[in-house]
Design a protein around this ligand. Structure first.
Ligand code: UTP
Length: 224
């Protein structure tokens, strides 16, 4: 299987959790060893938001805010890349072409952000589209997708399975702002829907969930 793993900065980088990062590397190496093709997309978490804040205080525009956040996400990507050693390409992929070439070489692709105006979720969806991935697994800071925002509504119910149309109904459309956080970016959902790439959203704080998701076990929320 060809799988894109999107690891939330909110999970490994807010605060920075090197133990969790090491665990992810170990599990992703196991996924690769089982014959799967692996793409990893990591975000910049609270450090990226800190840099966005600094850029804002300097009166820099949104594009510059996004650019510094992308640089931070690529720093985290670099740490993942180094930990993969020879299993990954020698550099963090910074274009979709880089990602496709690296995967064709039989290596693990590691990416952070791609360009201003989008989120890392959309990067993961775009790379999934580009390489014809079978599955996108997102490790996030909630157990899955809920019918309402569980951080605001105590009676929110976790959904185990839903269609892309249902998901679009659950998510609020928002204009891009540097540093926004949603369970999954609606822009990414549009890409996945048009390419029919299956999406599984799991709690990233339980890294073994990503193995379970690849093996087709019931975990998190499945969207297809
Ligand atoms: P994300 O919000 O996608 O990363 O990117 P994250 O920290 O993993 O997020 P969670 O865990 O899902 O909350 C952080 C910011 O970086 C910029 C955007 O400003 C985004 O909000 N970014 C990221 C881009 O501008 N382009 C990209 O390709 C990726």
């Amino acid at each position: 299987m060809r799988v894109v793993f999107r690891i939330g900065g909110s999970v490994v980088a807010s605060p920075i959790n090197t133990q969790l990062m090491s665990k992810y590397i170990e599990l992703l190496k196991a996924v690769k060893a089982e014959g799967n093709e692996v793409v990893v997309v990591v975000g910049g978490g609270s450090l990226a938001r800190e840099f966005i804040g600094i850029a804002k205080k300097l009166d820099l525009e949104m594009q510059a805010q996004d650019e510094v956040a992308i640089s931070v996400s690529r720093l985290f990507a670099q740490l993942f890349l180094k930990k993969f050693g020879d299993l990954s390409c020698s550099k963090v992929a910074v274009t979709l072409d880089d990602a496709a070439e690296c995967l064709a070489d039989g290596k693990v692709v590691v990416m952070g952000g791609l360009k201003p105006g989008i989120t890392t979720d959309t990067v993961a969806a775009l790379v999934a589209e580009r390489v014809n991935a079978d599955l996108l697994v997102k490790g996030t800071d909630q157990e899955g997708i809920y019918d309402k925002d569980p951080r605001k509504c105590a009676d929110a119910v976790k959904l185990n399975q839903l269609s892309f149309d249902d998901l679009q109904g659950v998510l609020a459309e928002t204009e891009h702002k540097a540093g926004i956080h949603q369970i999954i970016d609606p822009e990414a959902v549009k890409v996945l829907k048009r390419k029919r790439v299956k999406l599984i959203v799991v709690s990233g704080f339980k890294p073994e969930n990503i193995l379970a998701a690849v093996k087709g076990k019931k975990v998190g929320t499945v969207v297809n």
